[in-house]
Design a protein around this ligand. Structure first.
Ligand SMILES: [Zn+2]
Ligand SMILES: [Zn+2]
Length: 353
């Protein structure tokens, strides 16, 4: 939940920012003006500049100087989603809203000349003033130190984020997006992965180097939260890979008369990790093995005899039941990150059994 209050000098482009947040970023919208109009209508009073001003003054006097924006914040917070409040005009309002943890003040500004030209174009009844008067009015407002009186420039000085609207609308939108991205990052502190996530992510990276597409598997063996060895599925060193010369299929005849087809060109990821340990003289006793899917029968037997205590597999292997049973008997703990069976190319051939 992000509740943004917007402030900005006359003609800076608050409305454009609000419109973008509402329409493109799906912010709910709460406006001081709409709040007052609704209240006037509820009381059966006419809606015009005088009644709006007198109601605002009355509410502030009866409750508190920041009453209206505080009410809008309460309504915005009740939605539970992102919201924008238009607009924040007094320093006292900012002080009051700041007491809420999720409040962010966004300011929009532009060069005085540009803003003056915009309000002349807009030509609302009160804006028919010359440039010098326009500047003098702003200076007078800024000089006022009453925290409950409108002082846009003082509010802008208090803003968490500032947009400069001297360029195109697209440029302004881009600045809004950047602000939202920054707020998102600040609100969501960096999440460290768990140890299982950390080692499985590494295992997935290792697997990218696999050279047989019938399950591009990886393996990482760790002990005491440190990596011992890694391996991925591929041909023995100096022999051609499946990705280069195709698979080397062998049919296996099972007890029940069924036949399954396997690629036998490769050393499995788990076997390669174990080979690496053998070459480097690393003991695997008491370690944990991370792998892409349930190890096959041969790998499972090697894992058991290497003294590996725990196997964490990313997915299930469609023919992994035998290994699961052996791990159970041997007292090797088996854990799955995902409970689904891993699907890979031409898997069906192997399911001909
Ligand atoms: Zn292959
Ligand atoms: Zn295997």
């Amino acid at each position: 939940m992000l509740i943004i209050g917007i402030t900005g000098t006359l003609g800076a482009g608050k409305g454009t920012v609000v419109e973008y947040l509402r329409e493109k970023q799906r912010f709910s919208y709460f406006s001081v003006r709409a709040f007052l109009i609704e209240e006037l209508q509820r009381r059966g009073l006419a809606v015009n500049r005088d009644t709006l001003t007198s109601l605002a003054n009355q509410l502030r006097k009866e409750h508190s100087p920041s009453y209206i924006v505080d009410e809008l914040y309460r309504q915005a917070a009740a939605t539970g989603g992102n919201a924008i409040i238009e607009s924040i005009r007094a320093v006292g309002e900012v002080d009051s809203l700041r007491k809420n943890g999720s409040f962010v003040l966004l300011a929009v500004d532009a060069d005085a000349k540009t803003r003056y030209e915009r309000i002349v174009l807009r030509a609302s009844e009160t804006d028919h003033i010359d440039y010098e008067t326009f500047l003098a009015n702003e200076r007078r407002e800024y000089a006022n130190t009453d925290p409950n009186k409108q002082n846009l420039q003082a509010c802008m000085k208090m803003a968490d984020l500032k947009l400069s609207n001297n360029g195109s609308i697209e440029e302004l939108h881009r600045q809004v997006d950047e602000c939202l991205e920054r707020l998102k990052q600040e609100k969501e502190p960096h999440q460290r992965p768990s140890w299982d996530e950390y080692f499985m992510d590494l295992c997935r990276s290792v697997a990218l180097r696999a050279t047989c597409n019938r399950g591009r598997s990886g393996c990482v063996i760790v002990k005491d939260k440190q990596i011992l060895v890694t391996g991925y599925v591929g041909s023995p060193s100096h022999l051609p890979h499946c990705d280069e010369v195709g698979h080397l299929f062998r049919k296996t005849l099972h007890e029940d008369g069924s036949v399954s087809t396997h690629c036998v060109r490769t050393v499995h990821a788990e076997q390669n990790a174990i080979c690496q340990a053998a070459r480097r003289g690393v003991a695997l006793e008491g370690s944990t093995l991370y792998c892409t899917m349930t190890p096959c029968r041969t790998c499972a037997m090697l894992i058991i005899n290497c003294g590996i205590r725990k196997v964490v597999a990313d997915y299930k292997y469609h023919a992994g039941a035998e290994s699961e049973e052996m791990f159970e008997q041997a007292g090797v703990e088996l854990q799955y990150i995902h409970n689904e069976v891993l699907q890979y190319n031409n898997q069906k051939q192997e399911k001909s059994e």
